[in-house]
Design a protein around this ligand. Sequence first.
Ligand code: PLP
Length: 457
Amino acid sequence: MRQYDTAELQRLDQKHHIHPFTDHQEMWQKGARIITGAENIYIYDSDGKKYLDGMSGLWCVNIGYGRQELAEVAKLQMEQLPYYNSFFQTAQLPAVELAEILAEVTPPHMNQVFFGCSGSDGNDTVLRLVRHYWASLGHKNKNIVISRINGYHGSTMAGASLGGMKPMHAQGGLPIPDIAHIDQPYFYREGGDMSLEEFGRQRARCLEDKILELGADRVAAFIGEPVQGAGGVIVPPDNYWPEINRICEKYDVLLCADEVICGFGRTGEWFGSEKFGIEPDVMTMAKGLSSGYQPIGAVMVSDKVAEGLVNKGGEFVHGYTYSGHPVACAVALKNIQIMRDERIIENARDNTMDYLQSKVSQLGEHPLVGDARGTGFLAALELVKNKETRENFGNNGAAGAVCRDFAIENGLVMRAVGDSMILCPPLIISREQIDELHGKILQSLDQSLEYLTEISA
Ligand SMILES: *Cc1c(COP(=O)(O)O)cnc(C)c1O
């Protein structure tokens, strides 16, 4: 790998570049890590150091890095038609073809799709879409959307409002009106003395209680991630989603599955909705849709919603210049074709998924790990000071940051959400690579334990 003048790049970065979700003062003390290349499940920095990317970039490179076919279709599409819009009764080939294949891979009752550029703007679309849907059926006041504390739905005004992240609400006057939040199904921290099943039922009942409190005639939709990602890989009890389905149906509330992380194989099925028995009216997709090779998002709707929206709704006065961008659509289409042709999701589910989860469970025996949870190709190791009492280290995720930094030293990218270490590797990770991942995590946990014991002594 080529070496760069890292210090010079860091200097320029510091001078001109504002980063997302970053405390700049903290970053500048060490300088930004500068990533210059990637192949398979590995990334390389400007000093030539190699890392196993345990996060698939940012939960998105499901197919792995370096797929030449994706670069080729992007080039061909740029030569043929680099841009044209889909406004005002126009379409172009890649958007039409991508819409068709999405209708094929999503659940049978979902056949129409609206394109955007990201998960965040997808959820903005969802908010406007569900409100417009009900208004077009004559229910103007049915406009409240219920979501969950510690859910993540992106960083735009609507996305961050739908999300339940307190620090995000604290900046910029969020949430916007007519959004309500209920408790999350986080068993390890909030389950108390309940059984998993009791807890699942209780947390689903929070939705029913909230609908009754607000009045069903006011509630347009419920939105949730099948598995909360950015909130710390919160895997709900098995009975949670079927209960949510039942409640949404009972009160005529639309069910929106935010599949931005769970979609395209992350849980071992094409969509988290299939794995958890969710029957969505609306699905938000992004990330794995193009495996991160191009910025693209999509909102898939059920036939019922499409009927209200497209046949009765008149003009939906909403859209983005890059809705259905031809290059992004061509790349997403090829990404899905490769996943289908090579049976990437099915192979991962049948050959490596259980192996990965068994390694995660093993790591749960480490003295530092209070909870080891996961599903499919998602996992979290929650670090605690005391396994018995579940006491955490406090200090705002400082222990997680310690472990993350050791991991980086050891050539592994793992993200810390508070004190939960997150894993979200590409679906193409092999058994040997899972062993390598496991070894690096174990080493990082051992080092963290030693360090944390030392500083607290
Ligand atoms: C990442 C994410 C989003 C936001 O997607 P962006 O492409 O970053 O705007 C929305 N929902 C979920 C569940 C996500 O994980």
